[in-house]
Design a binder for this molecule. Structure first.
Ligand SMILES: [Ca+2]
Length: 274
């Protein structure tokens, strides 16, 4: 019995120490991102930025971290996504109607959607939001959406849907898409482009580095980019995911944070999941 208890308490303290390693990774990413010039094009490389405590030549003594950074503005904004984009992504009209009902102001359901009438009839009732999503995981409150739907894979590279979408905007509250960070799938979905054209943008960017502005995309790739939503060459809001791992024992802990870097103040943590 006593042995079990000491084992449990040891596991617990390993978890705490692994979490401290993960936090060190988050801090290291914030320091790196703080050094970016947010007036310049933001390009973290295809697939985002990755580094480890070993790359940083940081000795955590008992553990290490592994970090990935993604540009949130390179994702499909579910507060701005068109019905067509949502249908392409989720392949389910009922989910599309329910997402639109959740974020629109009225309480009148679309043909396959749901508003407060539906949600108030659930065993644990709640109202329809009738306002923009504040987090991506808020989608779990919407009719027809569960973890399986959010973790389904999309497109040729099989990215999880939850990793392709965002609710975050730049400094102004309007949703913005950074064409220097968006994958071909996200460019196609967000802007209503065809996939081969979107792929041209990504290929050019991967080879030549980021675009300075939208006209340069047209000049370089020969593709005129539709702009049903605001687009930008830069970003100041990122998702940092850090996994801390203990060297002996191998206990691990992962932390994900959304961090925004406003122009005239320090970094702001918008969301954190431990
Ligand atoms: Ca509504």
């Amino acid at each position: 019995m006593a042995r079990n208890e000491s084992q449990i308490s040891r596991n617990y303290s390993d978890q705490i120490r692994a979490k401290w390693c993960a936090r060190a990774g988050i801090n290291s990413a914030i320091v790196k991102l703080s050094k970016l010039d947010f007036q310049q094009p933001t390009y973290l490389g295809e697939g985002g930025l990755g580094f480890t405590s070993k790359n940083d030549e940081l000795d955590l003594g008992y553990g290490s971290f592994e970090v990935t950074v993604q540009d949130e503005l390179g994702k499909l904004n579910i507060n701005a996504a068109s019905p067509k984009a949502l249908l392409e992504l989720f392949q389910d009209q009922s989910i599309v109607d329910s997402i639109i009902d959740w974020r629109d102001e009225d309480d009148k359901p679309l043909p396959l959607g749901a508003e407060s009438d539906y949600y108030l009839s659930l065993p644990n009732p709640y109202q329809s939001k009738n306002a923009p999503f504040d987090t991506v995981r808020e989608l779990l409150l919407v009719k027809g959406i569960n973890e399986r739907v959010l973790n389904a894979r999309y497109g040729e590279d099989g990215t999880k849907i939850i990793d392709m979408i965002t609710v975050y905007s730049s400094i102004s509250s309007s949703p913005v898409l950074n064409f220097n960070s968006a994958s071909a799938d996200v460019l196609a979905l967000s802007l209503g482009m065809d996939l081969p054209s979107a792929q041209k943008i990504v290929n050019y960017r991967a080879k030549n580095g980021p675009f300075v502005d939208l006209s340069q995309v047209t000049d370089a790739v020969g593709v005129s980019v539709p702009t049903p939503m605001m687009v930008s060459a830069s970003s100041n809001v990122f998702k940092i995911t850090s996994t801390g791992r203990l060297t002996p024992g191998g206990a691990s802990a992962t932390i994900s944070c959304i961090v925004q870097f406003p122009e005239n103040s320090g970094p702001q943590i918008k969301y954190c999941q431990e």
